[in-house]
Design a protein around this ligand. Structure first.
Ligand code: 8YV
Length: 326
């Protein structure tokens, strides 16, 4: 790599994939915020030198941080969701934001379908039953609910939502969706409101981005509309679901069960949720395979390299102040 790139100081908010960390260290001068004993003192010292950032891990990246990074040009986020970054404030300051779309779509869709099956057929619970030695003593595991005959409502038919829908077609279930607008190229039933969709389906698959508009959209009313056979699967962001209302709906039997890969206050999961045996809880692992984290990491590195080589960002987010071809 050129000596020009060697001079660029990059702030790393949290370690990303090992290959990417190595590639970043080879090409740039890295400053690890996650290893700093006193983050404010660290940012005061290195902040003015920082021109690029490798973001991720849900570390808040907002105006307060930008104040300490007056020469920041680009933020490359490790993940497709960039709700922890204030992209509008970044745009106001002329800072480019990139994310990692496409490279994780199939991985997250696979996990979503796995979580759906695990939740409805109680796969983790049956594993626990066997390991606890109950099979020889208590006999077969109690019969479970089924995917058969269900209608799946997808909240957010974006890249990942579509990949989930494509997989679910193979399971012979009916598919519906809700989003900002109907998508003319799909045959799935469109519902103009989330509540109307919840009334029409018995699985709610949450895949929409975490934004101010989607905060707590899955509320007590939506859960009640799903009904006692209702199953909620969330692979998006915890912020989309009113977690207190969800716990109440699960505890009271208002809905049947839930499979959650994301939570409101990660990595903290409410004890009341963990105490419920009919939910399946995962520690935010949607994209977490060695393969997919490697390609996500590579895209973070490529975005930073491309920017500092003068070729613009490769995968800018929609809010970012970049006009392709300028
Ligand atoms: C995270 C994710 O980025 O892509 C996303 O939006 O939620 C994940 O892939 C991952 O946890 C790394 O922070």
């Amino acid at each position: 790599m050129t000596s020009e790139l060697d001079k660029v100081d990059i702030l790393v908010l949290k370690a990303i994939a090992p290959d990417a960390m190595k590639a970043l260290a080879d090409r740039f001068t890295l400053h690890r915020l996650d290893l700093a004993a006193d983050r404010d003192a660290f940012l005061n010292e290195v902040g003015p030198r920082i021109r690029g950032m490798a973001a991720g891990g849900q570390v808040p990246t907002d105006g307060a941080m930008f104040e300490k990074l007056p020469n920041l040009e680009v933020i490359a986020n490790f993940g497709v969701g960039y709700d922890a970054i204030d992209a509008v404030e970044a745009r106001r300051r002329g800072i480019i934001v990139t994310n990692t779309p496409d490279v994780l779509t199939d991985e997250v869709a696979d996990l979503a379908v796995g979580l759906l099956l695990a939740t409805i057929r109680q796969i983790p619970q049956t594993d626990r039953y066997l390991r606890a030695g109950h099979w020889p003593n208590k006999g077969s595991y109690p019969l479970t609910a089924t995917l058969r005959g269900r209608t799946i409502g997808i909240l957010g038919l974006g890249r990942i939502g579509r990949a989930i829908a494509t997989r679910l077609e193979g399971f012979g279930v009916a598919i519906a969706y809700h989003g900002r607008r109907p998508q003319p190229d799909v045959a799935y039933a469109y519902h103009p409101t989330l509540l109307a969709m919840a009334q029409a389906v018995d699985v709610l698959m949450v895949v929409a981005p975490g934004t101010a508009e989607t905060r707590n959209v899955v509320d007590a009313k939506v859960l009640a509309a799903l009904g006692p056979d209702g199953v909620v699967i969330n692979v998006a962001r915890g912020s989309l679901i009113d977690e207190v209302a969800l716990i109440e709906a699960l505890a009271s039997g208002t809905i049947h069960s839930a499979g959650l890969d994301v939570f409101a206050e990660e990595p903290h999961v409410p004890e009341a949720l963990a105490a419920l045996d009919h939910v399946v809880l995962l520690p935010h692992v949607g994209s977490a395979s060695v393969h997919t984290r490697r390609v996500m990491g590579a895209l973070v590195v490529e975005n930073l390299e491309s920017w500092f080589a003068g070729n613009g960002p490769l995968t800018p987010v929609p809010e970012t102040p970049w006009v392709a071809g300028r």
